[in-house]
Write a protein that binds this ligand. Structure first.
Ligand code: NAD
Ligand code: TYD
Length: 351
């Protein structure tokens, strides 16, 4: 039996990873460790919360003592580490919380695994889930991020993720901890917190609020459906070569303004509004400080070496995402009002 710790499993991507592992591998014991920050929401997991191979633990990865006790108590074979502060705009106003969770928290987790495994690394694996933003910004339209692209992080968020990647590799090199990493492009899909571009736009179109496009809307992001990222994480965790890094993406670049226009047209159709209604809500606002121009992943390594492929075309994924948000109004209302946090704070206060 494999006993696996997934951190950040109540968040956007983590909830899809937890669901995939709990349902696909009934022989594994899956532990979801999450602090339940504003971004963590156990409502993302109600369909699997009573499965016999699933356990939720509320905890903070910045608390080294707590992590060491947990590793002493539970014999983890594998760690899939997703817990992080993840929003670039928040990292600009509060960089230190990114240093604490993303850097200090990751090193705490590395130390806890290293101590618990005590040099006996047979069958063990520490997987760090990271972002393509560590590579910085592309300016030449011919260029893509490969696994060899030098790190050049430009935001406090990407700097904190780059630092954590370096620590993971350093533990692999220095202590021979069995590590593997992946760097993925922008995700979208169900459970996405509505401070990020796609869910924010869906929410604002639905409620006829302004659609804030930063700068001229010329920045390019490379979008991947979140379930395809979860499938890639499953692939890298089970088949990735120890010590290696895999870039994950679906070769799907969109200029922000084109993506917002596409969303407007999908939403107008779904809401029965005349075509062109929602584009009138587009409002150009002051650009993000240090805004990276373009991200684009070269995903040939994971495709050729591990056989992973994205399963959805972008238009299909976007339709599914819009349908999910329209069908889950209560989720959106709770998340935007913070009500779920109060509810779960009470529920888990003394665990
Ligand atoms: P998210 O913000 O939706 O979720 C993060 C989760 O981590 C939340 O459940 C939160 O409660 C938990 N958490 C935060 N601080 C914690 C702490 N100190 N201790 C324990 N738990 C804590 O983030 P996401 O978008 O799901 O991203 C997950 C991971 O994937 C992150 O490491 C991120 O860097 C990486 N990533 C994200 C994207 C993306 O497009 N969202 C792309 C590539 C990589
Ligand atoms: P975001 O979803 O925050 O992801 P990231 O910054 O990690 O790529 O933003 C995606 C793109 O959309 C990015 O270029 C910033 C832009 N953006 C807007 O134009 N308006 C918004 O309200 C938000 C949140 C983002």
């Amino acid at each position: 039996m494999k006993t696996i710790l997934i951190t950040g499993g109540a968040g956007f991507i983590g909830s899809h990873v937890v669901r995939l592992f709990v349902t696909k591998y009934p022989e594994y014991q899956i532990y979801n460790l999450d602090k339940l920050t504003y971004a963590g929401n156990l409502a993302n997991l109600t369909d699997i919360e009573n499965e016999p191979n699933y356990t939720f633990i509320k905890g903070d990865i910045t608390d080294a003592g707590f992590l060491n006790d947990m590793f002493a108590e539970i014999p983890f074979d594998g760690v899939i580490h997703l817990a992080a502060e993840s929003h670039v705009d928040r990292s600009i106003t509060d960089p230190m919380s990114f240093v604490m969770t993303n850097v200090v928290g990751t090193v705490n987790l590395l130390n806890a695994a290293k101590t618990a495994w005590a040099g006996n690394f047979e069958g063990k694996r520490f997987y760090h889930v990271s972002t393509d933003e560590v590579y910085g910004s592309l300016h030449n339209p011919e260029d893509f991020f490969t696994e060899e692209t030098p790190y050049d992080p430009q935001s406090p968020y990407s700097a904190s993720k780059a630092a954590s990647d370096h620590f993971v590799r350093a533990y692999g090199n220095t202590y021979k901890l069995p590590v593997v990493l992946s760097n993925c492009s922008n995700n979208y899909g169900p459970n996405h917190f509505p401070e990020k571009l796609i869910p924010l736009m869906i929410h604002n179109i639905q409620t006829s609020k302004p659609l804030p496009v930063y700068g001229k809307g010329e920045n390019v992001r490379d979008w991947l459906y979140v379930v395809d990222h979860a499938r890639a994480i499953d692939t890298v965790f089970h088949k990735g070569k120890l010590g290696d890094t895999y870039n994950i993406g679906g070769f799907n670049e969109w200029k922000n303004i084109d993506l917002v226009n596409l969303l407007c047209s999908i939403m107008d159709r779904k809401l029965g509004r005349p075509e062109g209604t929602s584009t009138q809500l587009i409002t150009y606002v002051t650009d993000r400080a240090g805004h990276d121009l373009r991200y684009a992943i070269d995903a040939h390594k994971i495709m050729n070496e591990l056989g992973w492929q994205p399963s959805l075309q972008f238009e299909q994924g976007l339709e599914k995402t819009v349908d999910w948000f329209l069908a889950n109004q209560e989720w959106l209302d709770n998340v935007t009002s913070g009500a779920y946090q109060k509810y779960y704070e009470g529920m888990y206060a003394n665990r």
